[in-house]
Ligand binder design. Structure first.
Ligand code: A3P
Length: 309
């Protein structure tokens, strides 16, 4: 039944040699789409669920770690913190890239976190109706398009263990610009959650990678308040926020044994989720012409919204 649906969708074979299908406005490969369809059909949200959402390569791993650290603070001694024992992607599993990809009916009673933590790269419109209207909390992180593109390119080359060649960047750049890329178009993704965050401010928190970098304290405070577990004055004074930011910092996460080894069930080496962790690295990889074209796309697509990068 799902195969019939998938084969009836608009499709394109252009993204990195993979056939993509357009579903509810975004492009997916068939495996991911099958998992999304199972998720939409079967997932039963609970009011306390927390969902970390993003476009791929926007800082998902970081936000997962921060969310776990905020919720789990003061529950553990320094050597048995969940982030030291498990990879952020195991602690906060993706609906469509892990749970519903491994099984069309995953056993969610095995989820041990309370509240339950999940994540997804699907745009807001594709989250199940029930989930949209429940009191679940969704935290979204966005990142500027240039750094996302470069991060994506490095990630792909690292996963496939291929050389980073100019040609492959050029073809990925074209895909990003036309919007026919895995989970693309980028701008529609961002705007779907941006609009939702304005419409449902209690349920959708919209964060930016760049702001997490420049004002980590303020953003962490916002995250904790949104998750209904604000930092107390005493916690603020005793350095609880610094502890969380240090624990989740790029260099700390990257160097944790648990993140240096092993692979996701999909075969991605955990270490590939930590590359450089900076803002503006795209400058070292894109030509001025490419940058200009991306600037124009951003300007055009976000015109009329008050979303600013
Ligand atoms: P770069 O490739 O630019 O270094 P995602 O988690 O959505 O897959 O995004 C991966 C990007 O986030 C990579 O960007 C990665 O290095 C960066 N990243 C991972 N952990 C981070 C952290 N703790 N702080 C900042 N950036 C982090």
């Amino acid at each position: 039944e799902t195969m019939n649906l998938i084969s009836s969708l608009p499709s394109d074979v252009d993204f990195e040699g993979t056939k993509l299908f357009k579903y509810q406005g975004c492009w997916y490969n068939d495996k991911t789409l099958q998992a999304i369809l199972s998720f939409q059909r079967d997932f039963e949200p609970q009011d306390t669920d927390i969902i970390v959402a993003s476009f791929p390569k926007s800082g998902t791993t970081w936000l997962k770690a921060l969310t776990v650290a905020v919720l789990e603070r003061s529950k553990h001694s320094s050597d048995n913190h969940p982030l030291l024992l498990e990879n952020p992607h195991t602690l906060v599993p993706f609906f469509e890239l892990r749970l519903y990809m491994q099984s069309s009916k995953p056993d969610l009673t095995k989820i041990s976190s309370s509240p339950r933590l999940f994540s997804t790269h699907v745009p807001f419109q594709t989250l199940k109706e029930g989930l949209k209207n429940s009191s679940c909390k969704i935290v979204y992180v966005c990142r500027n398009m240039k750094d996302v593109l470069i991060s994506f390119w490095y990630f792909k080359c690292a996963n496939q263990e291929i050389e980073k060649e100019k040609n492959s960047l050029e073809s990925m750049f074209e895909s990003f610009c036309t919007g026919v890329s895995y989970y693309g178009p980028f701008w529609e993704h961002i705007l779907s959650y941006w609009t939702a965050s304005l419409q449902y401010p209690k349920n959708v928190l919209f964060l930016k990678y760049e702001e997490l970098k420049t004002e980590p304290h303020a953003q962490l405070k916002k995250l904790a308040e949104f998750l209904d577990c604000p930092f107390t004055l005493q916690e603020e004074e005793s350095g609880s926020m610094e502890e969380i930011l240090d624990l989740c910092s790029f260099s700390n996460l990257k160097n944790l044994e648990i993140n240096k080894t092993g692979r996701t069930p999909g075969g991605v080496a955990h270490k590939n989720f930590y590359r450089k962790g900076e803002v503006g690295d795209s400058k070292n990889n894109l030509t001025p012409v490419m940058e200009k074209r991306l600037d124009m796309i951003i300007q055009e697509k976000f015109r009329g919204s008050d979303m600013k990068f």
